[in-house]
Design a protein around this ligand. Structure first.
Ligand code: NOJ
Length: 565
């Protein structure tokens, strides 16, 4: 039997399992990195018209919402995360009218829209920063940012030792002698969130997009907005809440204000936080009922493909979210991290920014197999799920991008030591045998980032009719997930199939078994396969394979018993 295809019919749900829940608690959110999704006007850069043309593709994939990485006017010093106008669309991507059309066309297909809001910093070409630069030291226009005198005899040293997340000092000096703070690139000056203009401006930006029908916002760098006014140095091992620019308590008041605004809409708008915090309990504080709705689960994303850490990561996410009644999110990739197929094909399968490991030996066949198993595992977990464009095609990281073609400030500011994030941001292959693989109608379009020449077998066209393709695994898995054979919101109960296996039941009849070990796992008696990430071996689940099973009824209890929790 071909287990990569779904069983023809799904079992009917018991009536008590059919419950209405807010859409975002179980949503599958697809991240559109617009520069690289689809180019309709032939200039080599993706655009809104390209997304509109491919909405049927996204509907067929089975996603509930689209999250657009920034599409606003931007000099693109950080690929759009340097915004010069938050209420408009960059002409490279289209117009505000087109964005409005897109939002309503997607909604007609049952797909909601989430936009990216970047509140920590603006572009150095934003009107406020231009005004601040034109104004003298000590002027009111500079108070919306972090301008300070330098240290050292003549102010020639930065105000403190904070380092930019992209490398180097977090301070840049102006010709007039003052320094300004940028936790990212110098083209991204940090806003001063204790200034009332900053607060009201962002509430107004939120209203602007909420009024245009977006269902919610993804909040960039959500734990960084507030800084210690004393600009104290970073302690080597800070206590939670005592870091000078991360996870400070005042942040929660900001998000409570935003939640009030989001809740004033019918339907209430949704706040999704990009909160990179190692401590699950600290993360959950952002998800209290009057704050954000969900936050990305970066612990799961960064976790190695090993059964112990994977199970621990899932348990920790579920345990830390339960007390605040927030759904966990399951994220395998985004535009900042190494593509899953590549990462899982390496000896060290964990992710950390400082270990992007470009050029290390990679087994893409193995990586692909694991990425398939991980996708089905993530889809079966309770909560919402994120799919970064191209993950459904199993795209690998594009490596060996020539230095002169690289765009990422992470690469530039590290002097080329860090390969940066360009490799996961390459334009999607849609069809055909040669670049641009249908990404652009113009075969000679100079793509903003080149595609590898050998991506023809990865194109949407090549995968569409192949039942064993990654694209079909996503389509089938997401279709079943949408029908929720476990019952919406059903909790997970662990099953014990040994240390190398992550196995759980949901809603009584649904089982998920992910085998990360070398010993095949026999299917429990009285179960039928719904879908699998790879073929079974006899009646057993082989290594690096996930299967979804349904209990067929009266054959007796499953072999495994719920593990102690
Ligand atoms: C997080 C975004 O995901 C990343 O791409 C960006 O560089 C930083 N925030 C700065 O905005």
């Amino acid at each position: 039997m071909d287990v990569t295809q779904a069983a023809a019919t799904l079992p009917e749900l018991a009536p008590e399992l059919v419950v209405e829940r807010p859409w975002w608690r179980d949503a599958v959110v697809y991240q559109v990195y617009i520069r690289s999704f689809a180019d309709a006007n032939g200039d080599g850069t993706g655009d809104i018209a390209g997304v509109r043309a491919h909405l049927p593709y996204l509907a067929a994939l089975g996603v509930d919402a689209l999250w657009f990485s920034p599409w606003y006017p931007s000099p693109l010093a950080d690929s759009g995360y340097d915004i010069s106008d938050y209420r408009s669309i960059d002409p490279k991507f289209g117009t505000l009218w087109e964005a409005e059309q897109l939002i309503s066309e997607a909604r007609e297909l049952g797909i909601r829209t989430i936009v990216d809001i970047v509140p920590n910093h603006v572009s150095n070409e934003h009107a406020w920063f231009r005004e601040a630069l034109a104004a003298p030291a000590g002027s009111a226009a500079r108070e919306r940012f972090w301008f300070r005198a330098g240290t050292g005899e003549n102010g020639e040293l930065p105000p403190n030792g904070w380092q930019s997340i992209f490398g180097g000092s977090a301070w840049t000096r102006l010709p007039d002698g003052e320094w300004y703070l940028h936790l990212f690139a110098p083209e991204q000056p940090d806003l001063n969130w204790s200034h009332p203009d900053v607060v009201t401006e962002h509430e107004d930006i939120l209203r602007f997009w909420f009024d245009r029908g977006v269902a919610g916002v993804r909040i960039d760098s959500a734990a960084l907005l507030v800084k210690d006014p004393e600009l104290s140095e970073e302690p080597a091992d800070p206590n939670p809440g005592e870091h000078p620019f991360t996870d400070r308590d005042e942040l929660h008041d900001i998000y409570r204000g935003w939640r009030g605004l989001a809740d004033s809409y019918d339907e209430p708008r949704v706040l999704v936080g990009e909160v990179w915090l190692p401590d699950a309990e600290r993360l959950a504080r952002y998800l209290r009922p009057d704050e954000l709705h969900t936050a990305f689960n970066f612990d799961f994303l960064a976790c190695p493909w090993e059964p112990g850490p994977m199970r621990a990561s899932i348990e920790s996410a579920l345990a830390s979210h339960a007390p605040v009644n927030a759904p966990a999110t399951w994220v395998l990739a985004n535009h900042d991290v190494t593509r899953t197929v590549t990462r899982y094909g390496r000896a060290d399968t964990s992710f950390a920014f400082e270990t992007k490991r470009e050029g290390t030996p990679t087994d893409l066949v193995l990586g692909n197999r694991r990425a398939r198993a991980a996708a089905l595992l993530a889809m079966a977990l309770p909560g919402s799920m994120y799919v970064y464009q191209g993950e459904e095609l199993g795209l690998p990281e594009a490596e060996n991008i020539p230095p002169e073609r690289r765009q990422d400030p992470m690469w530039l500011r590290s002097g080329g030591v860090d390969p940066g994030r360009d490799g996961c941001r390459v334009p999607l292959p849609w069809s055909g045998q040669l670049p641009p693989f249908g990404f652009s109608p113009n075969g000679n379009a100079p793509l903003w980032l080149d595609q590898p020449d050998d991506w023809a077998p990865l194109s949407v066209e090549a995968q569409t009719d192949d039942p064993a393709s990654m694209l079909n695994l996503y389509r089938v898995g997401l279709r079943i997930r949408r029908e929720a054979p476990w019952g919406a919101g059903a909790e997970l109960s662990w099953l014990n199939h040994g240390d190398d296996v992550i196995a759980f039941a949901r809603g009584g009849r649904f089982l998920c078994i992910a085998n990360l070990g070398s010993q095949p796992v026999e299917l429990p008696a009285g179960t039928e396969v719904l879908v699998g990430s790879a073929e079974l071996v006899g009646n057993a689940v082989p290594q690096d394979t996930t299967v979804w099973l349904v209990r067929t009824g009266s054959e007796g209890p499953p072999e495994a018993t719920p593990a102690e929790q």
